[in-house]
Design a protein around this ligand. Structure first.
Ligand SMILES: O=C(O)C1=C[C@@H](OP(=O)(O)O)[C@@H](O)[C@H](O)C1
Ligand SMILES: C=C(OP(=O)(O)O)C(=O)O
Length: 449
């Protein structure tokens, strides 16, 4: 199954309650970073629970192309023999990051302070996404780039031969931009500083500290995060246990909430406060979710989630919460269709530059399934139809976007008529076992329309 290949139409329909345990895959953000920091450490990093989705596998290949040895030892078990900060070598060929914004933007950061040239490309979705948000700050280190119009891929980055450290305030709330700057700062002398107005996922900071870098995060008088990294550290190899991905857990959790009679257990899910906005929102909507056995694993807070079918009500999701649930708005908008009343999602314009324009993709598909929506550049409003109110009966376009595909399939698990997607292939980028896992819980999800 490949997001680069022949479309894979898929269909979901009602099939009784969902029951059982959902072992969702490893966190995508942490998996990318485990490979990257492993490649920059001196010696052997061991990773367990790595997400073996296409996005992460493309990053593994990129680390090999830059000179690290990356070996799959078993299911989710990988070792990386790193080359040390400053040790990457020029790749012989184009780096293809497939569908992954995180992969390409972080790796651009990795190579921006090396005296060599790297060309990046990706699939039809990634080639449409904006890269200037990363190449602009990388230029401050001394890197130069030439891409297609609007700084789009394919793009060639000529790394700085004599990098200087940088102080940069991110203009958009983006962990990818923040991380690209910090990664570039690793191979620059002195202190690189990133200031972010709104907190975004902090895996890069947590993992850099874990790998032995000198990094501090403090609040500015305005309440912004100021992250300071000392360049040219010797990173020490680590044993990284990747927690399960809250963004993937969102799908079986939301399915259980909307399919009558369901009860699903989702163990070992990261509860990192920069990632848990969806769960807070669902609780506010009236979701019956309990967080059991809260603990720390591999430097991340983790809990086991028990979820029961719930009568939900529409709410206003605060714009300040957007960064902590940015990838979860598609599935939230599907769930909102089954709530009583209106769910308003403001401050979500970043959704327009993801794998697809997610506001538009969800709006068009929901309308086709009989759900009334309103939208503007920065807002999505879903008028809920209550537990049995969604008609379904449409084929929704996924635009090479895994989260759109999974969201509409979950919508179809509780609608009056089946819901299809034109292409479920991209699901393999982040959640390759989605179909098997949902089927194991009792869902009816099949190939074909
Ligand atoms: O840093 C990361 O791992 C990610 C950051 C987010 O993107 P932005 O940085 O563009 O918000 C998120 O949407 C993406 O899925 C993963
Ligand atoms: C936006 C996403 O990923 P990326 O930016 O890495 O393509 C996502 O997984 O929802």
């Amino acid at each position: 199954m490949s997001s680069h290949g022949t479309p894979i139409p898929m269909t979901a329909r009602k099939n009784g309650p969902l029951k059982g345990t959902a072992l969702v895959p490893g966190d995508k953000s942490i998996s990318h970073r485990a490979l990257i920091f492993g490649a920059m450490a001196v010696g052997e990093t061991k990773i367990t629970g790595l997400l073996e989705g296409e996005d992460v596998l493309d990053t593994a290949k990129a680390m090999q192309a830059l000179g690290a040895e990356v070996v799959r030892e078993g299911a989710g078990e990988w070792t990386v023999h790193g080359v040390g900060v400053g040790g990457f070598t020029e790749p012989e060929d184009v780096i293809d990051c497939g569908n992954s914004g995180t992969g390409v933007r972080l790796i651009m950061g990795c190579v921006a302070t090396y005296d060599f040239c790297t060309t990046f490309t990706g699939d039809g979705s990634l080639r449409k996404r904006p890269m200037a948000r990363v190449t602009d700050p990388l230029a401050l280190f001394g890197a130069q780039s030439v891409g297609r119009s609007g700084g789009r891929l394919p793009l060639t980055l000529v790394g700085a031969s004599d990098p200087v450290p940088v102080e940069y305030q991110t203009p958009v709330p983006s962990a990818q931009v923040k991380s690209a700057v910090l990664l570039a700062g690793l191979n620059a002398p002195g202190k690189t500083v990133v200031i972010e107005k709104e907190a975004t996922r902090d895996h890069t900071e947590r993992m850099l500290v874990g790998f032995g870098a000198e990094l501090t995060t403090e609040k500015t008088p305005e309440g912004y995060n100021k992250i300071t990294l000392t360049g040219r550290p010797e990173l020490r190899p680590q044993e990284v246990a990747v927690p399960r991905d809250p963004s993937s857990a969102a799908f079986p959790v939301c399915a259980a909430l909307i399919v009558p009679g369901s009860e699903v257990f989702v163990p070992g899910v990261s509860q990192n406060p920069t990632r848990n906005g969806l769960f807070i929102t669902l609780k506010e909507m009236g979701a019956d979710i309990t967080f059991e056995n809260e603990r720390e694993e591999g430097g991340e807070p983790v809990a086991d989630l028990r979820v029961k079918y719930s009568k939900l009500k529409g709410i206003e999701v605060p714009a300040e919460r957007a960064a902590s649930m940015i990838d979860e708005y598609p599935i939230l908008s599907a769930v909102a269709a089954y709530a009583e009343g209106t769910t308003t999602m403001r401050g979500v314009k970043e959704l327009r530059v993801k794998e697809s324009d997610r506001i538009d993709a969800m709006a068009r598909g929901l309308e086709a399934c009989g759900v009334a929506i309103e939208e503007d550049q920065d807002t999505l409003i879903v008028h809920g139809l209550g537990p049995n109110g969604v008609k379904g009966g449409a084929i929704c376009a996924t635009h090479l976007d895994h989260r759109i595909a999974m969201s509409f399939l979950i919508l179809g698990m509780a609608s009056q008529e089946a819901v299809s997607v034109d292409d479920g292939g991209p699901i393999a980028t982040s959640f390759p076992v989605f179909e098997k896992l949902m089927t194991g819980l009792g869902a009816h999800v099949v190939r074909g329309n």
